[in-house]
Ligand binder design. Structure first.
Ligand code: CP
Length: 329
């Protein structure tokens, strides 16, 4: 009997796109975490990197990785996941030598690559692309690998998986610090964390507080006024069990955002002094890439409660579990 057949909730992912986390129930998300944990533990005990024993019956073939925006962690971990699952990556880095430079649109690019019959398509893109509509036009599953400010579901899943590996989720107080307004990662956090019992607060200057009513269209509506908010980092650090610091995303700031990195650093930057306010069993996460010296000081890396590189490791196994479940025969 294959592992997936012992874990029937995973079947919900089979042949499905992952565009929004609202698609899946809490139990289904946890089943994905259990699969990711199993793959991670198997990897530790099999340093040869051969997962053949536990792959079960997954499709063979190519997975297209289409990156219209920059990425290091997400792209490389999907690429590693594809290799570990004995699939083949078909990588498009839109910045280097693609026909986008001849004026082809991202949608046309996706439709053309989908015609090459990959088993799944992993896409990172800007807000203007309509992945919901594209998913109706192609026959294989699409995985959202970071979609403008709309969402980054696999990052939110790996962040939650990182907490799930270490502590009960129910009752955990999470504070997200920084540029929530422009963060696709935070958009996806709001879709899933509270459903699994995590209490969320935001912290930062008012200019980074979400101002629209629903943060993500078509998903769980969250009025800004409902979001617990700390203007004072020290108060927030006293309240929370877990901090997720976010990258200040200057590339997404419009002209009305007055952001001064030195002001942000002095009021909301986390250094070893601030870490003293975090609970002894607290955790600090950051999805990366980090603007060292703005949202975090590099010296905090010596603190044993920091999980930034562990998140990256967890992300590989979470993405393997996701691809494996989607491509189950
Ligand atoms: N966290 C994250 O999405 O990083 P990359 O942009 O490097 O993929």
């Amino acid at each position: 009997m294959s592992y997936t057949s012992k874990n029937p909730k995973l079947k919900v992912f089979k042949n499905k796109s992952l565009l929004h986390l609202s698609q899946f129930s809490e139990d289904e998300i946890v089943s994905l975490f259990e699969e990711a944990k199993r793959l991670q533990e198997y990897s530790k005990s099999h340093p040869d990197g051969d997962f053949a024993d536990i792959l079960g019956s997954i499709k063979k073939g190519v997975v297209a990785l289409l990156f219209f925006e920059n990425s290091t962690r997400t792209r490389m971990s999907f690429e590693s996941a594809v290799h570990n699952l004995a699939l083949k990556p078909l990588l498009l880095d839109a910045h280097s030598g693609s026909s986008l430079h001849k004026g082809e649109t991202p949608e046309d690019t996706i439709l053309n690559i989908a015609s090459m019959d990959p088993k799944a398509v992993v896409i990172r893109c800007g807000d203007r692309l309509d992945l919901d509509s594209i998913s109706q036009k192609i026959k294989m599953p699409i995985i959202n690998a970071g979609w403008g400010a709309k969402g980054h579901p696999t990052q939110a899943l790996l962040d939650l998986f990182t907490l799930w590996r270490e502590r009960p989720l129910k009752g955990t107080r999470l504070m997200i610090v920084g540029d929530i307004l422009h963060s696709r990662v935070a958009s996806s956090h709001f879709e899933i964390f509270e459903r699994l019992g995590v209490e969320i607060a935001g912290c930062g200057p008012q200019v980074f507080k979400p101002v629209q009513e629903p943060i993500v269209e078509g998903t769980k509506t969250r009025a800004t006024s409902e979001l617990k908010w700390f203007n004072d980092l020290n108060e927030g650090l006293n309240w929370c069990d877990v901090v997720i610091a976010l990258r200040v995303q200057t590339e997404r700031h419009s002209a009305h955002v007055n952001f001064f990195s030195e002001d942000f650093r002095s009021q909301y930057g986390i250094n070893l002094e601030k870490m003293k306010l975090l609970k002894p069993d607290g955790l600090l996460l950051h999805p990366g890439p980090v603007n060292w010296g703005i949202e975090l000081d590099r010296e905090i890396l010596s603190d044993p409660r920091v999980r930034i590189l562990q998140q990256v490791n967890n992300g590989l196994y979470l993405r393997m579990a996701l691809l494996k479940s989607i491509l189950e025969c």
